[in-house]
Write a protein that binds this ligand. Sequence first.
Ligand SMILES: [Zn+2]
Length: 255
Amino acid sequence: MSLIDTHAHLYEDVFKEDENDVINGIRDAGIIKILLPNTDTSTINSVIQLEKKYPNLFASMLGVHPDNVKDDYKHQISVLEKALSDHKYIGIGEVGLDYYESTVDREVQKKFLDIEISLAQECNLPMSIHVRNAFDDAYKLFKNRDNGNLKGVIHCFTGTIDQANMWIDLGFKLGIGGIVTFKKSTLPDVLKHISLDNIVLETDSPCLTPEPHRGERNDSRYLTIIADKLSIVYNEDIKIIETMTTKNAKKLFNI
Ligand SMILES: [Zn+2]
């Protein structure tokens, strides 16, 4: 196996105690690269520290999750700009709109995301995008910024066939993780209409643990379960799933 996890928060405290075991398990499972999306200005350091410790395995992203945007966000933007000049990032993320869980004002979320999109475009970096119950507004924002070079992953995609195609037409890939294994998920039926050219794998560790491990802490080794599930969904050999998703991730993130 040589799989790429395009979205995992392995720098979080829940992995501190058994970090070595987790890393060994991940390597044994054949995960060759893990992208670390940042969630807040306070986590920038933890992300970089983990990358520095295992530079061949990890690559860092920079962004603020929509749950963590402040009403007065100017300072957060200046912290992001400074971080961008201090470190070489593989992408901008995790960024987006969350109208489900986030208590942050929607107009503030939109303004902040718009600035993050422009940062990504200035630096020519792909984005890792979180969209929850906010498809219309998120799509509008990206469409307005479409200059032919938008790129990134719709992280944890769970939408319809139409929405999938709209994102793909804008230049994005779909990030597929544990949800595809959930018993009630409609994602397998949607994916049958979406070419493997547009799919990358992710875990969103420590969340969204795939079946049959739901309820446990997630980590990147479970990417193999998602690849297995996709081989059933697409009726393709696991080798094809591995080759295609790894190729897509490498090309998108310039790995
Ligand atoms: Zn995430």
